[in-house]
Design a protein around this ligand. Sequence first.
Ligand code: FAD
Length: 519
Amino acid sequence: MSLTENILSQLSGDVLGSLRQADRILTSIREGGSAVPIVVTQTQQPLGSVDWDVVICGSTLGILIGCALALKGVRVALIERGTLRGRDQEWNISRKELQVFLELNLLTDAELEQVIATEYNPARVSFLGGAEVWVSDVLNIGVDPVYLLETLKQRFLAVGGKLFEKTPFTQAVVHPDGVIVNNQFKTRLLIDAMGHLSPITQQAREGQKPDALCLVVGTCAQGFPENHTGDLLFSSTPIQNQCQYFWEAFPAKDGRTTYLFTYMDAHPQRLALADLFEDYLRLMSEYQGVELSQLTFKRALFGFFPSYRQPLKTPWSRILPVGDSSGSQSPLSFGGFGAMVRHLQRLTLGIHEALQTDQLSAQAIALLQPYQPSLAVTWLFQKAMSVGVNQKIDPEQINQLLSAVFQQMQQLGKPVLKPFLQDVVQFPALTQTLIKTALTHPALVAKIIPQVGLETLLDWMMHYGNLAIYSILFWLSQILEPWKKNLPISTYYWNRWAEGWKYGSGNDYFDSVGGQNFS
Ligand SMILES: Cc1cc2nc3c(=O)[nH]c(=O)nc-3n(C[C@H](O)[C@H](O)[C@H](O)COP(=O)(O)OP(=O)(O)OC[C@H]3O[C@@H](n4cnc5c(N)ncnc54)[C@H](O)[C@@H]3O)c2cc1C
């Protein structure tokens, strides 16, 4: 019996079966060639009247945007194939990012405090053989998904939102004046919040294989030696199985959460989630200084995150992906909840304005999920943290490079280090880090070129250039903002472009930290 079988069989429910099922899906994605679902069709026939402004399919992150829109008086129906319920395991996020729940009146102060299940400090970033970097107030809050989603559900229902559980999305027909979902719900706009396996996303991507995958496995368990600190990014091993493994660890409300994750391409020969789970359990004792037999496992978690170089462009009017289905979270982190929260204000105001001004064409809707150079540049980092399936590189190379980069970032201070750890890349911070690392570790930096390849590097340089351009455009947009009504473009388009430049240059970070206070 493997370690994985032994531990997972102790948990309630068929966890082992779910792990195997996730691996089957992963295999089919890696092998490609599966039939692409055709769930969206178009017709030129007008729909006539509609019953809803917005139908949201998928309720995990869908309830966040659904509740925010319903509070603005939008007629929202939320359809969910199962039931609306948050997972038992906390989502990690930073405290200041949660302010948006108050700003949008989604939660009261008291509810927000209740949502916060855990809070710890500080957290460590360290790579095998390198120095430790400690940070405070980054991803140090554990949000209770069950309480959050239940509270939002009650608010949503109280302001007139309608929830349809046990109602799987099956099909949508896009008319010039609306969309009919499941031959039943007539709406002006369909929001796809069905996660990264959404059939709508699959159809829009036309069966395209992901450019990269992040695999993550972990547990929440009791019995660890007392430890009130966390790990944001930690490695205890050199490259093995053509993978660099990274750990994350957080104090949780009923134990300690530990995750092992790794980046890779979508080659069919890559390791399975079950293999990663076995390595996670094998390496855990040394990492946390505890024997597995001393631990009481509360639950296991695992998943994989496909990522694509090109942001998703849906070809249809009146359909907008949000959450994991949009692929708009960082390819470095699997913080899809955090990404949704960061964009919640922008999405709520943008969707509301699109509905008010009837800007629901494919072109207008695409601006709500804009290209962000601040995300696109992180592709290189992901690539530099992974190894090709047949590539031979020094097993210590990734650890050495990351140690060097984080030490330089630490020396540059919190304004450089903290946004990066919260998935926000800004041109000045990135440029300073690159120059400082290249000057102090030229040999290490030179090794990246053969590791990631010239094509990736050239592609990255384009996004890096765009990051500079977006920073300038953001600055210009602030100067032009008072005159936007006189500009020869519609306010809807101006607002979306201005937001695109702001988020695409990482300048939204200053909203969430309240000016430039990096305390
Ligand atoms: C191990 C692990 C740890 C994580 N930790 C963090 C963290 O600490 N912080 C963080 O920010 N993020 C974290 N994430 C990521 C986060 O959980 C996801 O980004 C988030 O759940 C995405 O939500 P979603 O609603 O977009 O998609 P999903 O979570 O996939 O939810 C999709 C919803 O759509 C429903 N649905 C699917 N198909 C249909 C259909 N046909 N009809 C109707 N409904 C449908 C599903 O039932 C589900 O309710 C973690 C993920 C994993 C796997």
